[in-house]
Write a protein that binds this ligand. Structure first.
Ligand code: ARG
Ligand code: ZN
Length: 872
């Protein structure tokens, strides 16, 4: 059942041009296709034509105008096979499909009454018979016919070329996309939509019309996305010299969407949660997320659309590169160190867990059953880290020239990761052969480091040893090329020391390259004893172990010249304290707070503040999920208790400092999602969280006032979360009720209302989830709702992992139901259960029981693949 990368064969038949006509109807849409096809010279004239097609009712087939009879073709659940075709021909087909019952949200479906599509990766085969693979690229002409009343707006890729009225209250629009594209980039939207319009003038002077299409009620939520789009377009011109290539660029917001958004040529389709913002409905985090996703999809126009993937094993070719591009854009637009801290913090929590679990896979997988299961943190985020290493390795100038070469040489083609890396090797002259292992080897490399200072010789000896743990199907690992950016911070001067390595002067901040299993780097002329600052800016996606003492970490926290590593030193210091407390909790010993952590926090709170956003990050303790990642066996209760103890100890010891920070950062300025305001709000709100952890009257009053002031959603949501997560029902219930009533009409705000309730630590959460699943605002068919309620509950560590196993059972129930409705979402939802090896034996067996129960069902290939791996 799996497909293998090594089996790749070029397509036997190409499509040079595709003509489609859609006659829209909820239950019976007719799709006519006319494909101009050509046989590849390399294959024999006996080669049958095999097209993909699923859930299609075939009405008619013809070749060059001659209808085919039953004897001329074979049809099964997945394919249409025509044994004899000419070398060059036109294939005409007509099929019927039912958008209204398409709950998988792949292909053509309906969302709040409007028609939309999602074709990546293999959704186009649910629309018409076609060679549904990315290396078949064609120009498209698309005619959409709909009802004038219910579908006044008819959109597809490219440029509008014709439109008009038809009989029976119908009308049509015809669109032409001149750029050859694979069918996964096809899009169609039809419905009662309203637009906001703007324009962008490109560097060569082309005037581009920009449109954001939404439901009428959301017209006031598009401003930020539009501004983000214009910034992205300018950034790609300035940074990569890449210009937009059509006269029209459209974004559409839809409420039912499996992922964040989709880069369809000229017609990006977005999950409404990834595009709509308003100060009263969206938080700062959402504003920043929207900016990043708008940029990501826009950047795909070159990294993905003009140059696309040969096959789906190369998915990271477009996704890793594009995530890297959107990360750099956000860093340039906001606070660069904070962007890096947030990305890495998420990466080390979630991608490391994926890489250590049963679904671990390389950045370029070599086989899969269901490609939708591979839209993962490894393909996207680890892929981006690999591109980032590549960029740092060859240097920006070579990287930029390599990117130019890639876009020029492969324009209009479907290519591989080798093609991309090859360009970088070409322009830089570097040998990147060992580096390629990053794409092939799964698992997180670990570096064991230790250092010794030789006073007599003034030398610092740094030894680095690398190992990558075995992952499913890959037992032996080869050493990787790991760039380690570092400095040596003098303990006397508190400054970065000049680095001399094997006679070579490197400056004060340098990259050393670990290529062997073990290497010792000898730094000479080291005038004072240093503390090493390693893996600066997270220069490689690895786990670094260095036996830092708490004093050394406290030293780095204040002296490291690298902002990222200052933050990391704080996290490591907190982790050491947390480890002790977790052990104390398990052993039933009294918990004692490490005074060095309190002192470090006091310095942070009272010292000069250079960057409020970084400070807010530094005051944030590692999450329970991150702490869990560090433990050999996860003890959810001990982790929760230890972390709460640290929060409360800090709040008790630094009560006045937190209160002063809170007061100093309050503001009545009108809301704007500027980096300055966002930094100030996060600092204020983190201070409020600490104060609320001890639930003093003053903190409660602050919280209630902030909630009642209703100034912006960031502050309201933060205050509401603190009230709802408190132990006092008299605080929780009235606020929840007021908020729920006020926002009952807004699905995206109701998502937040669901999430806040099911992430509280109190033990009534499971019952609440069950209750809320019956709430009128909940629908199991809407992925955002499932994520907000069920997905969020599964992240609630203490409650999901209840010892009676009811949390696991609830998740399995939902997975079983969704397996029938929306396999892609069902397969994703199982993730927390697949991590069973990380828990104690009781929980292991409870989790496995639920996986076994799911396995008894008639499963979609999506869910089957995940469950199979999880139980293997
Ligand atoms: N290419 C899209 C993006 O990263 C995601 C498409 C996901 N498709 C899917 N079937 N999961 O922007
Ligand atoms: Zn993408």
């Amino acid at each position: 059942q799996p497909v293998y990368l090594s089996d790749y064969q070029p397509p036997a038949y190409r499509v040079t041009h595709t003509e489609l006509t859609f006659d829209l109807d909820p239950a019976a849409t007719r799709v006519k296709a006319r494909l101009l096809m050509e046989r590849n010279d390399e294959v024999s004239d006996q080669t049958p034509l095999v097209l993909n097609g699923e859930h299609l009712a075939l009405i008619s087939l013809a070749i060059d105008g001659t209808p085919l009879t039953d004897a001329d073709y074979q049809l099964n659940e997945k394919n249409l096979c025509i044994p004899k075709v000419p070398a060059s021909f036109s294939l005409e087909s007509e099929v019927e499909i039912a958008p209204s019952t398409n709950t998988a949200l792949e292909g053509l479906y309906q969302s709040s009454g409007m028609y939309c599509t999602q074709c990546e990766a293999e959704g186009f085969r649910r629309i018409t018979f076609y060679p549904d693979r990315p290396d078949v690229m064609a120009t498209f002409t698309v005619t959409v016919i709909g009802d004038q009343e219910s579908e006044p707006v008819l959109l597809a890729n490219g440029n509008p070329v014709d439109s008009g009225k038809l009989e029976n209250g119908r009308h049509f629009a015809t669109w032409e996309d001149p750029h050859p594209k694979p069918c996964y980039l096809f899009a169609l939207v039809a419905g009662n939509l309203h637009k906001v319009e703007d324009r962008f003038s490109t560097m060569s002077g082309r005037n581009v019309t920009l449109q954001i299409w939404v439901e009428k009620d959301n017209l006031d939520k598009t401003e930020h996305a539009m501004a983000s789009l214009k910034r992205s377009m300018a950034w790609d011109e300035q940074t990569y010299g890449r210009e937009y290539d059509l006269d029209l660029f459209m974004i559409v917001a839809v409420s039912d969407f499996n992922m964040g958004a989709m880069e369809n040529k000229g017609l990006n389709i977005f999950n409404s949660a990834a595009v709509l913002t308003h100060p009263h409905t969206a938080t700062d985090a959402t504003f920043q997320n929207v900016e990043g996703i708008v940029a990501h999809e826009y950047f795909h126009n070159w990294s993905g659309n003009r140059v696309t993937c040969r096959d789906w094993f190369q998915l990271s070719l477009k996704e890793g590169f594009t995530v890297f591009r959107d990360q750099c854009f956000s860093a340039d637009t906001n606070s660069a160190p904070v962007k890096r801290i947030q990305d890495v913090s998420f990466f080390r929590t979630a991608q490391f867990a994926e890489d250590a679990g049963p679904t671990a896979h390389p950045v370029r997988p070599d086989h899969f059953i269901e490609i939708t299961n591979f839209y993962t943190l490894t393909i996207y985020e680890k892929g981006a880290e690999v591109v980032r290493m590549l960029c740092n390795l060859v240097g920006w100038d070579n990287f930029r020239r390599g990117a130019d070469q890639y876009f020029e040489r492969f324009d209009g083609q479907a290519v591989t990761i080798e093609d991309f890396v090859g360009c970088m090797a070409d322009t830089s002259g570097e040998d990147l052969s060992q580096f390629m292992r990053w794409y092939a080897q799964a698992g997180t490399p670990e570096i064991d480091a230790h250092g010794e200072y030789d006073y007599v010789k003034s030398e610092y000896h740094l030894t680095l040893r690398q190992r990558t743990p075995a992952t499913p199907g890959q037992t032996t690992k080869q050493p990787l090329h790991i760039p380690v950016r570092m400095g040596l911070v003098g303990t006397k001067s508190g400054q970065d020391l000049a680095l001399t390595l094997e006679g070579e002067t490197l400056g004060k901040d340098a990259v050393i390259n670990l290529r062997d299993n073990e290497q010792t780097f000898v730094f000479t002329e080291v005038a004072e004893a240093p503390v090493p600052s390693l893996l600066r800016d997270f220069s490689a996606p690895v786990k670094l172990h260095f036996p830092y003492s708490r004093e050394e970490l406290a030293f780095l926290l204040t002296h490291d010249s690298d902002g990222f590593n200052r933050w990391d030193a704080g996290q490591r210091l907190a982790m050491l304290a947390l480890d002790d407390l977790i052990a104390a909790h398990r052993n039933g010993v009294e918990k004692v707070m490490d005074a060095r952590v309190i002192e470090a926090f006091r310095i942070l709170l009272t010292g000069p503040v250079s960057d409020k956003a970084v400070l807010a990050e530094m005051l944030t303790l590692p999450s329970e999920a991150y702490i869990a990642e560090q433990q050999p066996i996860v003890d959810v209760d001990a982790i929760h208790a230890a972390r709460e103890f640290v929060r409360q100890s800090l709040a008790l010891a630094l009560r006045d400092e937190f209160a002063a920070t809170f007061e100093a950062n309050r503001s009545d300025e009108p809301y704007a999602p500027t980096p300055e305001q966002i930094a100030q709000r996060s600092l204020k709100n983190i201070a409020l969280s600490y104060l609320m952890s001890i639930e003093e009257e003053q903190a409660i009053a602050f919280c209630q006032a902030q909630f009642a002031a209703d100034h912006n959603m960031t502050d309201v949501r933060h205050a509401l979360t603190l009230l709802v997560h408190s132990d006092r029902d008299d605080l929780s219930s009235p606020a929840l009720k007021a908020f729920g009533e006020k926002w009952a009409h807004d699905p995206l705000v109701m998502d937040q209302w669901f999430t806040i309730q099911v992430t509280r630590p109190q033990s009534d959460v499971l019952e609440r989830v069950q209750f809320l699943m019956q709430h009128p605002a909940f629908s199991i068919k809407n992925p955002n709702k499932v994520r907000a309620l069920i997905g969020a509950f599964a992240q609630n560590r203490v409650n999901f992992h209840r010892l009676d196993g009811q949390g696991y059972a609830l998740l399995a129930d939902v997975v079983i139901e969704l397996n029938r409705l929306n396999p892609e979402i069902a397969a994703r939802l199982i993730t927390p259960l697949t991590r069973w090896q990380r828990f104690d034996e009781t929980r292991q067996s409870l989790m496995r029981t639920q996986l076994e129960r799911i396995k008894q069902e008639p499963l979609s290939s999506n869910v089957y693949e995940v469950v199979e791996k999880a139980l293997a």
